[in-house]
Design a binder for this molecule. Structure first.
Ligand code: RUQ
Ligand code: CUA
Length: 654
């Protein structure tokens, strides 16, 4: 046991040493003639557009950021699981329900693995999905509005990490639990983990028209850690593959106790078979409690429905649906090549990569050649399913992507490098250092049938000396390599926000002409919307004051309001009457316990304010919207609670 710890420490130190030497050589080789040709490759002239979109998970920021490739310019941060004061997401009355869960309002998560919707195994540019790792959730984001439209909580899950990957016609978005837990949850001793805890793999159906998500079934698997997953594609469409670690089912000191087995498993799940079983009435409905939050674009409002049951499936009841493929050394990434033939397990404690063959797997299943079972699930023989081993010479492989030209690219965390190798011959073609300690990498479309293999982006965990220092914590660094030739060429570094784990990219053409520019006012069905500024009004209902407000360059209507009292709850329902691209107005009220609102053209949003002090209090527009933006302001007169001053407001007539 000690030995293993020691060897891990040695590996880690070797990694650091390599990092440092990389730093020097990298620094030098980036100068001179080479640097200028690299500069040309990433230079996007003023006014020109990038060739690709890149959506990078925000990790512990809980959000998703949008970049251009190859420029590395950040275009937007899309709030998903975290409140975002910049736009009022999670603060406005309309968007607060997006963050409801069975644990109450949870305004943060850890977002890891975005995946773009697909049709026939190719990116279709409709939606992007991303997982919330901490309080298990999946979000769906529209790729026309670039806003979060839906979040579904995943019950019976904990550490929703092998998620959110989608099947090749977006039939399902899949969520596997990293931590196994008692199902249903109950009070029990932790030491009784083994064989009592379970790991759920959730298959969440996606309605093809609107994208609405619904948990179709949860597969109740043995209590391992389900780390990452990818769908089969093309010939293996209908299957889903999950890496596992801690097949030892240890519950303490996992860095040692979960590294005992020489091999863990990739779980191969025939979801088509289970779908058929479920469609024929199979499975057990189990009581549950989880939130389903949906944002309606016409009312500009989200609502929460608490769901009360979930369909569970015992894998033993569906023979032929689940198999285990032995895979060395606590595999992390689980990646499937564009043809669907090769399933790659990246054993994070090994130097070699294990590649399984889908055809061999099917042959072994048909021949019923098993090597025992785990909790009744057949284990296939390692040699029978192995397609090949990549002798990489690197240390700590994590993730693999594909360029569509027969090559794969794998990141190595400990030796800080990207290794390019050939599918089928397993020979290493090239290797390039990363700065430093790379996690995931991304090729646009690199986990679909049709990758766009021009660039690979490496997302690194440690930045150190790559940028000017800004205190103890640096933004993480991404690096772009040109992969159009035989050898990779590092052409750019750029900082990212939060901790990007995975990313998804696509050609700009796929999205840019569909991006929404305004919300049409005549389609605005928000219950507090007003169709023109002259309908602005203020209503009192008990101690609630509802202000139906309009914004248009460069005034609020109404702008001055009197008759509000201490103890009231004031709702500002603000409709932006602009119908021009990129002309939002902002709204903020002194002393409000909330953020500003940023209201898009044609949209209605609501801010609340509970005045606590008598006086005359200003509000103003926060977005520099016109030459007279500084004039875009108003006052609320707040009188004592027992005052009899009538509500009144001005519509700008004077
Ligand atoms: S996981 S590198 Cu979610 Cu590999 Cu982060
Ligand atoms: Cu409206 Cu500034």
């Amino acid at each position: 046991m000690k030995k293993l710890i020691n060897s891990l420490i040695v590996l880690a130190l070797v990694g650091t040493a390599i990092s440092c030497s990389n730093s020097e050589s990298g620094g030098k080789s980036n100068k001179g003639a080479l640097a200028s040709s690299a500069a040309e490759k990433v230079y996007v002239a003023p006014g020109e557009h990038d060739e690709f979109y890149a959506f990078m998970s925000g990790g512990y920021s809980g959000n998703l950021t949008v970049y251009g490739l190859p420029s590395g310019r950040m275009f937007k941060e899309i709030p998903v699981f975290s409140q975002f004061p910049t736009s009022g997401y999670g603060y406005s009355e309309e968007t607060k329900p997006m963050l409801n869960t069975s644990f109450g309002f949870v305004p943060w998560d850890d977002a890891h693995h975005p995946d773009i919707s697909q049709t026939n195994g190719e990116l279709d540019g409709r939606w992007i999905f991303i997982n919330g790792n901490n309080t298990p959730r999946i979000a769906r984001i529209s790729l026309t509005t670039f806003e979060t439209e839906e979040i579904i909580e995943v019950p019976n899950s904990a550490g929703n990490h092998s998620s959110s990957f989608i099947t090749e016609n977006t039939e399902y978005v899949v969520a596997g639990t990293r931590f196994s837990v008692p199902i249903p949850q109950k009070d029990m001793p932790i030491k009784d983990y083994k064989s009592n805890f379970k790991g759920s793999l959730s298959f969440i159906s996606v309605d093809p028209e609107h994208g609405h998500m619904d948990i179709k079934f949860q597969l109740m698997m043995p209590g391992f850690n389900y780390d990452l997953s990818h769908p089969g594609r093309d010939k293996s469409h209908g299957w889903f593959f999950f890496t596992t670690y801690n097949t030892e089912e240890a519950n303490s000191l996992l860095e040692v106790n979960a590294s005992q087995n020489d091999k863990d498993f990739i779980a191969a799940v025939n979801w088509k078979k289970i779908e058929e079983y479920v469609n024929n009435g199979g499975g057990t409905m189990m009581p549950a409690n989880y939130a389903h939050n949906v944002y309606d674009e016409s009312t500009h409002t989200a609502t929460t429905t608490m769901k009360k049951e979930v369909l569970t499936v015992d894998p033993l009841k569906v023979p032929g649906a689940v198999y285990f493929l032995p895979t060395p050394k606590s595999p992390h990434g689980c990646d499937v090549d564009p043809s669907g033939q090769y399933i790659i397990g990246n054993g994070k404690l090994s130097a070699d990569l294990t590649v399984h063959s889908f055809d061999k797997m099917i042959a072994a299943i048909e021949a019923e050649k098993f090597d025992g079972e785990a909790y009744g699930i057949p284990i296939l023989k390692f040699e029978d399913v192995l397609a090949g081993t990549v002798k990489s010479g690197g240390l700590g492989p994590l993730h693999t992507e594909f360029d569509g030209k027969g090559n794969a690219y794998t990141t190595f965390f400990i030796s800080s490098e990207v290794v390019k190798w050939k599918l089928g011959t397993w020979e290493v073609i090239d290797r390039k250092p990363t700065y430093y300690s790379v996690g995931h990498l991304m090729i646009p479309g690199g986990n679909s049938r049709k990758p766009f293999g021009k660039y690979v982006v490496a997302m690194n965990k440690i930045t150190k000396d790559r940028y000017l220092p800004v205190g103890p914590e640096m933004e993480h660094s991404a690096q772009i390599y040109d992969i159009s030739g035989e050898k990779m060429e590092l052409i750019y570094d750029f900082p990212t926000h939060g901790e990007p784990h995975y990313a998804a990219g696509c050609p700009a053409e796929l999205l840019k002409n569909n991006a929404k520019k305004i919300y049409r006012l005549d389609e605005n069905k928000h219950p507090y919307a007003i169709t023109s500024p002259d309908q602005a009004k203020v209503e009192r209902k008990g101690n609630e004051v509802h202000i139906y407000m309009s914004t248009i360059r460069s005034h609020f209507t109404p702008d001055n309001i009197e008759g509000v009292k201490v103890g009231d709850k004031v709702y500002f329902h603000i409709t932006n009457h602009e119908q021009d691209f990129d002309v939002p107005h902002g709204f903020s009220m002194i002393g409000q316990n909330s953020s500003e609102l940023l209201i898009m053209p044609g949209q209605t949003k609501t801010n609340t304010w509970e005045p606590k002090k008598v006086g005359v209090w200003p509000f103003y527009c926060t977005d520099f919207c016109s030459a007279l933006h500084q004039e875009m302001q108003g006052y609320i007169r707040v009188s004592p609670a027992d005052s009899d001053i009538e509500l009144s407001w001005s519509l700008g007539e004077d």
